[in-house]
Design a protein around this ligand. Structure first.
Ligand SMILES: [Zn+2]
Length: 387
C-alpha cells in the first residue's frame, strides 16, 4: 500500500499510477539499497539509504535487508551484481483492495491447509488474533506475553534464491523474520524427487542470515488435527522419556522453569512454531535448544574426548564417517555420537573452553540425513525425514 502522508499531498504520487513508472522507481530504490555502504559495516540501515526517510520511532526497526526482500518479492530476485534473475513483476487492475487476499497467493494444497489451520488455531486462542481484511497479508497478534507481540504474515516471499511458503516479520520490536516451509514428502524426499541437500543448504543459509526457519510437513498438520480432537497422544518426542528428563534438568540448571520445556520442544513442530511466535524470547529459546541437545548426551557415545579445535574437527569427521574414536587429549572439547528415536544420527560437540558451568558451555549439534538412493523410499527414511 502506497499512500501520501504529507498534508495537502506531495503532488507526485499520481505519477506512480503508471505501472512502468512505478517499476522504474522500485528498481531505482533497489539499486540504491544494493549499493549502500552500510552493508559493509554490518548495520541494518543508515542515513544514506533508509534512515532519512524513516520516522524516529522506527529507526531501530527499519532494515535494508528486509526492504530488499520486499523488492525481490515485487520485482523478482537479483544476483549479487543486481542483474535480474527472474522477472516477477505483474500488474493487475482491481476495483478495491478487498479483492486481494492471502488465499490468492497460496500455491499448493499444503499451503492452503496451513493457512486454514492457522485461522483455526488462532480463533481458538483468546490471547491471539489474526486480521487479514483487505490486504495481501495478515497481522498476527499475541497479547498474553509481556507487552504484545505482533507479526506481519505474507505468502511466497523471496529470500535471495529461495522462496519460502510463509514469512512472519515482527513489527512491534526488533527486526526478526520467521520463515516457514511446507514440504510434501513426495516432492522433496523420494528417489524421483530428491531435493534434500538443496533444501538443507538454502535453509542453512537463511539461518546464517538470522532467520528462524520452520519446516512443516503434511503429517505434522494431520497429527496436530488429531491431537486437537483428542484422538492421539501429543506427537513426535525426538527421544525417550529419560532423555527428556535429562533435558529438563539442564533447562533448570540454565535458570529456566523446568516445566516450560516439554510443551515447547517435545511436540509437533507447528506447536513449537506457535510457541515461538507467541514469545520469541531469544534467551529462553537458546536455553531450550541447549537443553534439547543435552538431553541426549547421557546415551551418546564419545568420539573425541578432551580435544582442541583441530581434534574436534577430526572428531566430527570420524563421527560422520563412522570411523574409530581418537585418543583423549588435553583440550576442552568433546565430540559425541547419538541417534534420536527415529534412528537419525546426530553429532554433538560440547565446548567447555570458557568454563564448565552450564551457561559457559558452547553446544553444537549436527543432524545427518542420508540422501542416497539406497535408503530413499523406505519407511525408516521417511520417518527420519519427518523428524
Ligand atoms: Zn545504508
Amino acid at each position: 500500500m502506497v499512500y501520501d502522508r504529507l498534508p495537502g499531498g506531495t503532488g507526485y504520487l499520481h505519477r506512480l499510477l503508471d505501472p512502468a513508472a512505478f517499476r522504474a522507481t522500485l528498481e531505482d530504490a533497489r539499486r540504491a539499497l544494493l549499493a549502500c555502504r552500510c552493508q559493509d559495516d554490518g548495520r541494518r540501515a543508515c542515513h544514506r539509504c533508509l534512515h532519512r526517510h524513516t520516522e524516529e520511532r522506527f529507526q531501530d526497526v527499519v532494515s535494508r535487508r528486509a526492504a530488499l526482500e520486499i523488492l525481490a518479492e515485487l520485482l523478482g530476485p537479483v544476483d549479487e551484481h543486481g542483474e535480474l534473475l527472474d522477472d516477477r513483476w505483474q500488474v493487475t487492475d482491481l476495483a478495491y483492495t478487498g479483492q486481494i487476499g492471502l488465499d490468492r497467493q497460496v500455491e499448493s494444497d499444503l499451503e492452503a491447509r496451513f493457512l486454514a489451520g492457522l485461522r483455526t488455531w488462532i480463533a481458538d486462542d483468546p490471547a491471539a488474533a489474526f486480521d487479514e481484511d483487505g490486504h495481501d497479508s495478515g497481522y498476527l497478534r499475541f497479547t498474553d506475553t509481556t507487552g504484545a507481540v505482533r507479526w506481519w504474515l505474507t505468502a511466497q516471499q523471496e529470500h535471495g534464491r529461495t522462496r519460502s511458503d510463509f514469512t512472519f516479520r515482527r513489527i512491534d520490536g526488533p527486526a526478526e523474520t520467521v520463515t516457514v516451509y511446507l514440504d510434501g514428502h513426495r516432492n522433496h524426499a523420494t528417489r524421483d524427487r530428491n531435493t534434500l541437500a538443496a533444501d538443507a543448504e538454502k535453509r542453512g543459509r537463511l539461518r546464517a542470515d538470522g532467520h528462524t526457519v520452520f519446516q512443516i510437513t503434511w503429517d505434522d498438520l494431520d497429527l496436530l488435527d488429531k491431537q486437537r480432537s483428542g484422538a492421539v497422544e501429543p506427537v513426535w518426542p525426538p527421544y525417550q522419556r529419560t532423555a527428556q528428563l535429562n533435558a529438563a534438568e539442564t533447562y533448570a540448571q540454565l535458570g529456566s522453569e523446568r516445566g516450560r520445556l516439554a510443551d515447547a520442544v517435545f511436540t509437533n513442530p507447528i506447536t513449537t512454531m506457535l510457541a515461538y511466535l507467541r514469545n520469541p524470547d531469544g534467551t529462553e529459546w537458546a536455553r531450550r535448544v541447549v537443553a534439547a541437545i543435552a538431553g541426549l548426551t547421557p546415551s551418546a557415545a564419545p568420539v573425541a574426548t578432551a580435544v582442541d579445535r583441530a581434534g574436534a574437527q577430526r572428531g566430527v569427521q570420524s563421527a560422520l564417517t563412522g570411523t574409530a574414536a581418537g585418543r583423549p587429549g588435553s583440550g576442552a572439547i568433546h565430540v559425541l555420537r547419538a541417534t534420536d528415536d527415529s534412528g537419525l544420527p546426530l553429532v554433538l560437540a560440547i565446548d567447555a573452553t570458557r568454563g564448565t558451568a552450564p551457561a559457559d558451555i558452547a553446544w553444537s549439534a549436527l543432524a545427518v540425513l542420508d540422501d542416497t538412493d539406497g535408503v530413499l523410499d523406505t519407511p525408516e527414511h521417511t520417518r527420519r525425514w519427518r523428524a
